[in-house]
Ligand binder design. Sequence first.
Ligand code: NIG
Ligand code: FE
Length: 413
Amino acid sequence: MKIDDWDQIWVGAGLATMVADGRSNQEIADGAIALKGDRIAWIGSSAEGEQRAQACGLVVSDAKGIWITPGLIDCHTHLIYGGNRVDDFEQRMSGASYEQIARAGGGINSTIKMTRAATTSSLRDSAAVRLMRLMAEGVTTIEIKSGYGMSLEAEHAMLQVAHDLGRDYPITVRKTFLGLHALPAEYADDRQTFVKLVCGPWLSALHSAGLVDAVDAFCESIAFSVAETAKLLEAARLLDIRAHVHAGQLSELGAPQLAAQYRALSAAHLEFLSAEGAAQIARAGTVAVLLPTAYYTLQQSKPPPIPLLREMGVAMAVATDSNPGSSPCSSILLALNMACSLFGLTPQEALAGVTRNAARALGLESEIGTLEVGKRADLAFFRIVRPAELCYGLGVNPCERVIRGGTARDLRC
Ligand code: NIG
Ligand code: FE
């Protein structure tokens, strides 16, 4: 037998590899997983793992029945912002709608004001609190959008904070320039100029600064039209930057079709999605990102058409959408629960949504999202009886340990 050159091995674990297995995900009971450097080196049975470890003189760690999953991925967040929107909440609880509040100058525009007024260090500190909550639940990769600056300077500051969080905390951060989120007050009479700036000098400056992994737009009746969104997607295409689109949250404008046309990595929300839109994103390989905590917060009544997405074979991801307005939530486990309880995903589908399909939504499927030999050693350890239990609890966090890139991470960091 070849002597394996491993750094560490766990035996006696349940392995939710999250490799697709028909309609469900592969699970290995009494499994073993070995790491070398920052990679997964070997996966198999406990018996074989023990034998191999003995042959190469490696001390085994007994996982004692714990379940190991790929590190969880929150593929859609607006984690960085100033202030909060408890005012909006009070107004909604008195009957005002999200759209009414936005049209009256509240909503995203009020967060733009608070974000511009905040210092960079306070933006970083408040986002870090949310980040640590997600990390404590086993999240090892997060996407963070800008979009509350809406000036070149303030967008730069937000993306720089996102970059710094990824440098200073043991988590992978993907930075998205959400250039078209809300029209800032100073451009209220000149939308065209704003869109031109975003798609031209702003995108190119942020991209040159290395702060843009992808772009995004809020394509919606209260935000930006399909034609305006197309301008940003086209500008990104010319720079070889992939896109995400907020599509079909409140109305059906044809945003999913546009996302498909530009082969966007993801289209998010999708409460309003036609059969044609679903067929097109399926053909384009665009991942549907489902945001049940936003649906819950806004007390919407029409969930995304999950049976249609299934029928068309669209990959479904699940994310927190963590933001001050529609989803003041820092729990990926709560999003998992609500994906099942409010949208009707099976626990297996929801779990794929925060691992395999979330990796795809970020274009990172060759690196993360499943436990497979050669992938990055991002692992989350959960004290559960089987993987579906991750979707079952409410306000329960069974995460006991996280390994990120082969290194143990302090859960309280
Ligand atoms: O994904 N829909 C647009 N953006 C966020 C909400 C932002 C906000 O309300 O502050 C979302 O729901
Ligand atoms: Fe969002």
